[in-house]
Write a protein that binds this ligand. Sequence first.
Ligand code: ASP
Length: 329
Amino acid sequence: MRLLFTILFALAAMSAHAEDKSKTALVIHGGAGVIERNALSAADEKAIRADLDRALDAGNAILAKGGSALDAVEAVIVVLEDSPRFNAGKGAVFNAEGGHELDASIMEGHTRRAGAVAGVTTVRNPIKLARAVMERSKHVMLAGTGAEKFADTLPDIVRVPNTWFDTERRRKQLDDARAKKTTAIDVPGTYFGTVGAVALDQNGHIAAATSTGGMTNKRWSRIGDSPVIGAGTYADERCGVSGTGWGEFYIRAAVAHDICARVAYRGDAIAVAAEEVVNKVVPALGGDGGAIALDVDGNIAMPFNTSGMYRAWIKPDGSRGTAVFRDDE
Ligand code: ASP
């Protein structure tokens, strides 16, 4: 009898494990910031949600066929970089010189491999170059002309003139910021659009990625949190995070790493860890923004302290959604 129970128990445990193993999850963001219902037209909202859905589909297609979390987050980011509606790749904000400097990073949790680029100007998809830094160089982070020179050695990295990233909407934001002598930090409504993704694959591996044009009217080769591993992006064996918000504060609070450290060292639930850092630690310093996070069981958290955050998800049970405003989930 006892043997029978032992065998039944072992079989049940094995099937639970097998079931667990095939679970995947994906959470993405298109930036946090001042997103008021009355300022976002129905047509724009529809188009943004459609882009988020396309990005989810691109990532999920990879996860569903057993592909890696790393491939999935890259695929998500490429869709959002190519959309003119987000502050990453095409549609990136303008800097003070009237050009674009793009930042991106990617990290694979179980190997802790990471790659990042900062201030690149001719790379159509900065996330692809960030991944190349991780996989095809001995480095973690390359910036400016050096990153461009590295891209010169990689025929598969597509290059574009800097003006290719231009959009009218972002130019108007620069004109407004110049007139008011501000950066996006001070101009409500211009401060969002960074993109990010975190995925859990069938092997239980996590990856995270973030890409941005930074802040409108930025000067002096300003670099935000997005390409900084541990600040804007982080992943380990149990947890992955991509942040969006006022980058200076995200760097100072090491936001992405702090969330995962709380999970690793204190055993915090991902929702508790993400909520505390985004809604307590960052505001206490004077910053704002949001983050997406997931854990190795596929639990998802999407806290933010701004009026909105473009976000979308597919949970392990297959349920999916997109959301913009606070009361939207
Ligand atoms: N965190 C980005 C930066 O500071 C901006 C954003 O998320 O909107 O460059």
